[in-house]
Design a protein around this ligand. Structure first.
Ligand code: ZN
Ligand code: ZN
Length: 623
C-alpha cells in the first residue's frame, strides 16, 4: 500500500510506504500532516495494524508537534494494544513531567493484560526518580524480580538511581553489589547518590576506586563541591580532570564558572572563556549566564558585557546576571539602560530583575527612579514586592536621608522587617545621625539576630555616636557573656592562577616577611599623605589605642592588597574578595593607596563592590 504525504510545498510531495514514512518522519511531521496520515490510515484500514497505529501514537505522544490526548485515544481504541504503544504513552507523560500519571499508566497496563517489558520498567523507574519515591521504586523492584528482569543492566542502573536520589543509599548499594556487571552508568548512579546525600567519605572512596571515569563522573564530583561551598576543592577536581586529559562539557564549565565566581578568580575565568571560544562551544543560555555571572562577580564588567553579547539566546538569567553585576559594581545608569533594553526585548523581567534594578538605584542614589521602578513592578508587571524589594527601598530612602517616607513604607509593608533591612536602616541612621530611629532598629535587630556579632556592633555604634557610653559597655558585656565573637575577616586574591587566602593578622603565608614589609611601607606613605587611622570602628573590641592602630593595619583586605602590590607588575588592577563588610578605616586607606600606588583596587565585600581609583570609591563612601 502506498501513502502520499502532503508537505508544505506541493512540488515536494513524496510517496512513501506507510510504515517507513511513519517511522522515519515521526519527529519532523507537523500535527496537521500527522492527522492526514491518520485519516488515510483509517480509510485504508491500516489503523487496525497494531504496529503502524503504535508508530502514529508514538508521534502524537513524543513529538514536539504531537498531542498526547490523540495518542491516548489511539491506544485506547487499538484492538490489541501492545507494550510498545503503552511505553509510548508513558514516555509522553514523562516528557511533559506528569510523572504521577506515567506511573498510574503502569497499573492500567496490567488491568488490560498488557505485559510490561524492560523498557516499561526503565520508564516508570525514571518517573519514580522524578518523585524521589523510594517506596514506589521498591514496588517496581518487586515486579521486576517477579518477571525475572532484574539482571538487565539498564534496569539495575535505574534502580540504583531511584534508591540513591530518594536517599535509600543502603538499597542502592545492595543493588550495586548484586549486579552481575557494572558499566560506567552503574558507577555513576551510585556516585551521584553519595554526592546528593552528602556521604563525603564514600563519595571520594568510590570516585578513586572507579575503573574508569567519564565526564558525568567528573561533573558529579565538581558539582558536589560547588553545592557544599567547597570552591577551591571544586577547582582542584577540575584541574585533576584536565590533567587526566578528560574534555569538560557544558555542565562541567557551568559548575566551574560558579566556583570561580565565588572565588573571584578572574584569571581562571578568563581562561575558561578562552577555552570556550577555542573549542567553539556555543554559549547557550546556561553557559552564557554562568559566564556573565562569573565576570560580574569578579567585578570585570567589560568581560560580563562581552559574554552577554556573545550569548545568542539570552534567557532571563543572562539579563539578570549582567544587571546584578552592574548594580553591585555601582554602574547605576548602565543598569537602568540595560533594563530599558530588556523591556524592549522578548524577555520579561521577574522579581530578581527588580531587586537588581532597585539595588542599582540605591547604590547610585537615584531615589526618584527607584521609587518609580518600585511602583512599576506592581502596576505594569504584576509582580508583588517581597521583603528584598522593600529592603532595597528602605536602603534607597535611608541613604538619601528621607526618613519620613521610609517610615511610611515600613508601616505599609505587609511583612515584618528582616535583618538585612534593619542593617541597611542602621547604616543610614549612622550616616545621617538619626539616633532615635537607629536605636529602635538596633534593638529590633538584636531581637531578630541575637547571635550575630554585627547586630551588636551596629547598635553600639549608635550609642557611641550619641555618647551613651553606659549602653556601649552594657552591650559589650552582653556579647562577652553570650560568647558572641566577631567572625574572622578573610580576604582572597588570585595571583598567577592561584588563590591566596588571608585572615586578619595572618602570618602563615610563605612571603609574610615581604608582605609585612610592604604593609610598613604602605603605612609610612599613608602617614605622609596625611592619613589618620579611624579607630572608632574597633572601639568595641579593643581598648588600647596602639593595639587598635596596628590591628587596623592588619585587616585581611590590607594583607591581600599588600601581597597584590608585591606580586604583580605596576599598573595591574588588584582584585580582592572579602567575606565581611569592609571597615571604614580600610575604606579610607584604600582610597589613598589607589593614588599613592596608581592602581585600580577592586574589593568585593559581603555586600557589594568597591572600585578604588584615583582616590575615590565607586560606592561614593556609602556602603
Ligand atoms: Zn578594615
Ligand atoms: Zn567603597
Amino acid at each position: 500500500m502506498i501513502l502520499t504525504l502532503p508537505t508544505s510545498h506541493p512540488a515536494q510531495r513524496s510517496t512513501l510506504k506507510a510504515n517507513l514514512s511513519l517511522t522515519q518522519l515521526c519527529t519532523h511531521l507537523q500535527l496537521q500532516e500527522a492527522k492526514q496520515v491518520h485519516a488515510l490510515m483509517i480509510k485504508t484500514s491500516q489503523i487496525s495494524d497494531s504496529y503502524s497505529a503504535s508508530r502514529l501514537a508514538e508521534f502524537y505522544a513524543v513529538s514536539d508537534n504531537g498531542n498526547l490526548e490523540y495518542a491516548e485515544n489511539l491506544v485506547g481504541y487499538m484492538e490489541e494494544p501492545y507494550t510498545f504503544a503503552w511505553n509510548t504513552l508513558i514516555r509522553g507523560h514523562l516528557k511533559r513531567n506528569s510523572t504521577q500519571t506515567a506511573i498510574s499508566l503502569y497499573a492500567q497496563m496490567l488491568c488490560k493484560d498488557v505485559e510490561p517489558d524492560c523498557y516499561t520498567f526503565t520508564l516508570v523507574l525514571k518517573a519514580c526518580t522524578g518523585l524521589s519515591q523510594a517506596d514506589a521504586g521498591k514496588q517496581f523492584h518487586c515486579q521486576i524480580i517477579k518477571r525475572g528482569l532484574e539482571d538487565g543492566v539498564f534496569i539495575r542502573n535505574k534502580l540504583i538511581h531511584v534508591y540513591a536520589v530518594s536517599g535509600s543509599m543502603g538499597d542502592a548499594q545492595k543493588v550495586f553489589d548484586g549486579s552481575p556487571e557494572w558499566d560506567i552508568v552503574t558507577w555513576n548512579s551510585l556516585l551521584e547518590g553519595y554526592a546528593e546525600n552528602g556521604y563525603t567519605e564514600s563519595l571520594h572512596q568510590l570516585f578513586d576506586s572507579m575503573p574508569c571515569r567519564d565526564v558525568v563522573s567528573w561533573n558529579t564530583m565538581i558539582g558536589y563541591h560547588v553545592n557544599v561551598g567547597e570552591f577551591v576543592e571544586a577547582m582542584e577536581v577540575f584541574r585533576r580532570m584536565q590533567h587526566e586529559g578528560k574534555q569538560p562539557d557544558k555542565v562541567t564549565l557551568v559548575s566551574v564558572l560558579t566556583a570561580i565566581a565565588h572565588l573571584g578568580a578572574l584569571a581562571q575565568g578568563k581562561w575558561i572563556h578562552a577555552y570556550i571560544r577555542k573549542q567553539r562551544i556555543g554559549l547557550d543560555e546556561n553557559l552564557g549566564s554562568a559566564l556573565v555571572n562569573m565576570y560580574s562577580k569578579c567585578g570585570c564588567l567589560e568581560g560580563a558585557t562581552l559574554a552577554f553579547n556573545e550569548t545568542k539566546r539570552k534567557s532571563l538569567d543572562t539579563w539578570n546576571a549582567l544587571l546584578g553585576g552592574l548594580a553591585a559594581n555601582g554602574r547605576s545608569s548602565e543598569a537602568i539602560y540595560l533594563f530599558s533594553r530588556m523591556e524592549n526585548s522578548k524577555v520579561g523581567p521577574n522579581a530578581i530583575t527588580f531587586s537588581c534594578l532597585l539595588n542599582a538605584c540605591s547604590h547610585g542614589g537615584l531615589v526618584e527612579d527607584g521609587l518609580a521602578y518600585f511602583s512599576k513592578m506592581r502596576v505594569v508587571y504584576g509582580i508583588e514586592p517581597d521583603i528584598v524589594h522593600y529592603g532595597c527601598v528602605v536602603d534607597l530612602l535611608g541613604r538619601a536621608g528621607q526618613f519620613d517616607k521610609l517610615e511610611e513604607i515600613m508601616r505599609s509593608m505587609p511583612m515584618k522587617p528582616d535583618a538585612i533591612m534593619l542593617k541597611a536602616l542602621l547604616g543610614a541612621c549612622k550616616i545621617h545621625k538619626n539616633f532615635r530611629m537607629g536605636e529602635k532598629a538596633g534593638l529590633q535587630l538584636i531581637e531578630l539576630a541575637p547571635n550575630d556579632h554585627g547586630s551588636y556592633v551596629l547598635l553600639s555604634n549608635m550609642y557611641a555616636m550619641a555618647n551613651e557610653w553606659d549602653h556601649v559597655h552594657t552591650l559589650r558585656k552582653t556579647m562577652l557573656d553570650k560568647g558572641i565573637m566577631k567572625p574572622p575577616g578573610c580576604s582572597s586574591i588570585e595571583v598567577d592562577g592561584l588563590v591566596h587566602e588571608f585572615i586578619v593578622g595572618d602570618i602563615s603565608h610563605y612571603r609574610r616577611k615581604e608582605i609585612y614589609g610592604m604593609l610598613d611601607e604602605m603605612r609610612g606613605k599613608l602617614k605622609v599623605a596625611g592619613y589618620e587611622p579611624d579607630t572608632e570602628q574597633v572601639l568595641l573590641d579593643i581598648d588600647n589605642e596602639e593595639v587598635k592602630q596596628s590591628s587596623l593595619g592588619h585587616h585581611s583586605e590590607k594583607l591581600a592588597v599588600a601581597f597584590g602590590f608585591i606580586s604583580t607588575t605596576p599598573g595591574t588592577p588588584i582584585r580582592v574578595i572579602k567575606n565581611l563588610r569592609m571597615c571604614s578605616d580600610c575604606h579610607s586607606a584604600l582610597k589613598l593607596l589607589s593614588v599613592i600606588y596608581n592602581r585600580h583596587l577592586i574589593i568585593r565585600d559581603s555586600n557589594r563592590f568597591h572600585h578604588f581609583q584615583e582616590g575615590s570609591c565607586s560606592c561614593r563612601d556609602y556602603w
